[in-house]
Design a protein around this ligand. Structure first.
Ligand SMILES: [Mg+2]
Length: 428
């Protein structure tokens, strides 16, 4: 039998310590960046530029005293640009590697402005994404590494299709086939073209509803929607996932009736059937149907999601990272939901900048199922980033870049051509 004497043991540990020190110094010699860069870079400015897509998209750029810059994107809501410029005072002169600390600092400092929910949170989210881009570039790693590493190399993308706004199934089939031609294997359709949102804004005159305020789905609408979905599924053939978005327009009973009626179609999900404030109402639907229920684009921070997760009021949560509070907050929300084995889809209405940011966090979330793709129909959309616009989305997948930061280079020329009227390129 072999026994280790105390003398042998001490000699052994001393040898290990010496070897470890030698190894460390060799690492530093071979890779100078392994030396800590903490505290060596300071934020100099936060700037914004607004690109005109179907809506104004707000890009955020953080510059530093070391010449390195980080980019992010804030949600497209009203007032966001002003709020970014207001929140920047809490990060100027700070170390961009302090991402969570700076996020908390901005959230606390703007608490009176509404940083529990809404545009203030979305503005801070835009700055947070740019901080992650900077942190990744400074440390020379992709952002998913800083968020805990990746579960996958490529992400399933799903297409947010248009809405032909007609009861005739033919244009809906054309939309589905166009989406299929882009390569998407998963897509969603907006069936609520006669909804309160549409009717009140006056964008679409309504024909099958008696009025727009009462949140009713008429029997005629239900019949039409079923026929449209049946036609889409049959045109696509096997192997396609189809979801439906109802944009929080309907009452609980009618939405539940619809969810139950479409059960034979095996929809991928039914999104936001009822308004977003009441987790109990959504839970009533989720508990009573086999159609999976999805929600999240109108919720902010872990606190907003908490009742929906704790009550298990939905089957899939879909936070918008650039809206709900940023990349780390999205991961924390998804991890909370995973305690109940509720899966995570990523709401995304961004330019490629925000889409790359979403991709980084999607890679690092265990329960990820799909990343939303919006605006791919705009011919110059994918060219807003240089060289690797081909990532959107061959075969319906987004392959993760193996580059530092969020992983893209901005194509300044293309972006500048589409600056929103009356705005300037990255103004301070
Ligand atoms: Mg939606």
């Amino acid at each position: 039998m072999y026994t280790l004497s105390r003398r042998h043991f001490l000699a052994g540990t001393a040898g290990l310590a010496a070897a470890w020190t030698l190894e460390q110094s060799q690492i530093l010699k071979a890779m100078p960046q392994a030396e800590s860069v903490f505290g060596k870079v300071k934020i100099r400015d936060v700037e914004t530029a607004t690109i005109q897509m179907n809506y104004p998209a707000h890009l955020v750029k953080i510059t530093t005293d070391q010449g390195i810059s980080g980019y992010g994107e804030a949600y497209n809501g009203a007032g966001i640009v002003d709020l970014v410029h207001h929140a920047k005072q809490y990060v100027l002169g700070q170390d961009p590697l302090q991402v969570e600390y700076l996020w908390s600092r901005m959230m606390e400092a703007t608490s009176g402005h509404g940083s529990n929910a809404g545009s203030t949170v979305s503005a801070i989210a835009g700055i947070e994404s740019a901080l992650w881009d900077l942190a990744g570039k400074i440390l020379k790693v992709p952002v998913f590494v800083l968020l805990g590493g990746k579960y996958r190399d490529k992400l399933l993308a799903y297409h947010d299709t248009g809405s032909p706004k007609t009861a005739d199934p033919k244009p809906w089939i054309e939309e589905a086939l166009a989406s299929k031609a882009y390569g998407f294997k998963a897509m969603k359709f907006d069936l609520d073209w006669e909804s309160r949102n549409q009717g009140v804004s006056g964008r679409t005159p309504y024909k099958y509803r008696r009025e727009v305020w009462n949140r009713v789905i008429t029997a005629e609408e239900m019949r039409q929607w079923y026929k449209i979905l049946e036609s889409i599924l049959s045109a696509l053939g096997a192997g396609y996932d189809v979801g439906v978005d109802l944009h929080w327009n309907y009452n609980t009973r009618d939405a539940l009736r619809f969810a139950q009626e479409v059960e034979p179609l095996k929809l991928w999900f039914l999104e936001d059937p009822v308004p977003p404030e009441n987790a109990d109402a959504l839970k009533r639907i989720t508990d009573a149907t086999r159609t999976p229920i999805l929600t999240g684009e109108n919720l902010y921070t872990r606190h907003g999601f908490r009742p929906f997760i704790e009550k298990q009021a939905c089957d899939i949560i879909q936070p918008d990272p650039q809206k709900c509070g940023g990349l780390l907050e999205t991961k924390r929300i998804a991890d909370m939901a995973d305690l109940y084995y509720i899966t995570f889809a990523c709401h995304n209405m961004c330019t490629p900048v925000g889409t790359y940011a979403c991709a980084q966090v999607c890679a690092a979330i265990r329960s990820f199922v799909a990343l939303e793709s919006d605006s791919i129909e705009i011919p110059w959309w994918k060219d807003m980033v240089a060289n690797d616009g081909g990532k959107f989305y061959p075969g319906g997948w987004f392959t993760l870049p193996n580059k530092p930061g969020l992983g893209f280079e901005l194509n300044e020329e293309v972006c500048r051509q589409h600056l929103a009227a009356g705005t300037r390129w990255f103004r301070s």
